[in-house]
Design a protein around this ligand. Structure first.
Ligand SMILES: Nc1nc2c(ncn2[C@@H]2O[C@H](COP(=O)(O)OP(=O)(O)OP(=O)(O)O)[C@@H](O)[C@H]2O)c(=O)[nH]1
Length: 344
């Protein structure tokens, strides 16, 4: 039975960064990877820098409400390819969207008539952002569900947070999920992986079930249903959580862009869960990856090379109750650049 590790954690909490580290470890050389992102434009597979037949990008959408079938299909395909000797893998890592409830994905594994005889739950690894988690846990049930479903929690960005707030977060996490082991992204991959992969026990019983309960034994259809709709713009005009992207032709001036992004997140960060993008910057041959999470702007990083296709800047936003138009207008007014295309 091939173990399936579920890697989840709220938007921007460091899943792809951790995955990249894990995949570089010899113990994970044989891992196949499924990536699911919220929104129309997937960037994570580019940011991961590993492209082969064992990396599968699932179609956009929320893994917990729309693409369960796709997870099953993708796992089924991987299994068939391996059975025919076309690829090899000894475990699978699924990186879910930051808004996913891990439980339905695990349910897919254990309930599917075919998959259940080839794959097993290899553990739930959750990244928790030490800078933003307090806000996320207070306002987003998904963040609580992910923590409650964890076998192991990796605290990220402890290097950017005050020690007292990290200590308070650890106390909060222990209350939400007393059985998960909590490590930090500063820990070695060996420590993070110990107890993971083949041979791991089935996932631990959950404690501390409240509003964000993800205990399988407490899971009801009604709960699942309302949760699914909470991700999307409501029919009555309430915006809800929306995703859109800006595509910009031509090189961007970094100083101007950085100032715009900082001001935008300063003003609206509570309602901007995530900004990430690949930028074509003036004077740079290589693309630059940018990340923002709520009020936090991360240092930009150079990517190794451009992904295939036109070398346009692409910036993805995930917003709550904020109009994409506001972002578009603000971007155009500040930078003087109009997006050539936007996807809602
Ligand atoms: N300083 C610091 N930055 C980190 C750490 N972990 C992640 N980051 C940064 O956080 C930003 C977001 O990281 P990602 O790995 O893309 O987060 P993600 O959870 O995959 O994001 P989504 O898939 O959009 O939900 C990037 O700029 C990372 O470099 C950490 O431990 N310390």
């Amino acid at each position: 039975m091939t173990p399936v590790i579920l890697l989840s954690g709220f938007l921007g909490s460091g899943k792809t960064t951790l995955l990249q580290r894990l995949l570089a470890d010899p113990a994970m050389q044989g891992a196949a990877v499924l990536i699911n992102e919220f929104g129309e434009v997937g960037l994570d597979h580019h940011l991961l820098d590993r492209i082969d037949d064992t990396v599968v990008l699932l179609k956009s959408g929320c893994i917990c409400c729309t693409v369960r079938g796709e997870v099953a299909e993708a796992l089924g395909n991987l299994h068939s390819l391996r059975a025919r000797g076309e690829i090899a893998f000894d475990r699978v890592v699924i990186e879910t969207t930051g808004l996913a409830d891990p439980y339905p994905v695990l349910q897919t594994l254990t309930a599917h008539p075919v998959l259940r005889s080839h794959f097993r739950n290899g553990g739930v690894l959750i990244t928790v952002d030490a800078v933003n988690a307090a806000l996320q846990v207070a306002h987003r049930a998904e963040a609580v569900r992910q923590i409650a479903a964890a076998d192991r929690i990796v605290l990220t960005k402890t290097d950017l947070a005050e020690p007292e707030s990290v200590a308070a977060l650890r106390t909060r996490l222990a209350r939400l999920n007393p059985v998960a082991r909590v490590l930090s992204s500063q820990d070695s991959v060996a420590d993070i992986l110990t107890g993971f992969g083949p041979g791991v026990a089935e996932f631990a019983p959950l404690a501390a079930c409240g509003a964000g309960c993800s205990d399988p034994t407490h899971h009801h259809h009604d709960h699942d249903h309302s949760h699914a709709h909470a991700h999307h713009a409501d029919a009555d005009g309430t915006l809800g959580v929306t995703s859109f992207s800006l595509v910009i032709e031509g090189a961007i001036d970094w100083t101007m862009f950085g100032t715009w992004l900082t001001l935008l997140l300063h003003r609206h960060g509570d309602r901007i869960f995530r900004v990430k993008g690949i930028l074509a910057l003036e004077g740079e041959d290589r693309p630059v990856a940018i990340h923002g999470v709520q009020h936090l702007v991360h240092a930009p990083t150079h990517m190794a090379h451009w992904p295939e296709g036109p070398r346009h800047s692409r910036i993805v936003f995930i917003l709550e109750d904020l109009s994409p138009d506001l972002i578009r207008r603000s971007f155009a007014a500040f930078t003087g650049l109009a997006a050539v295309r936007t996807a809602a």
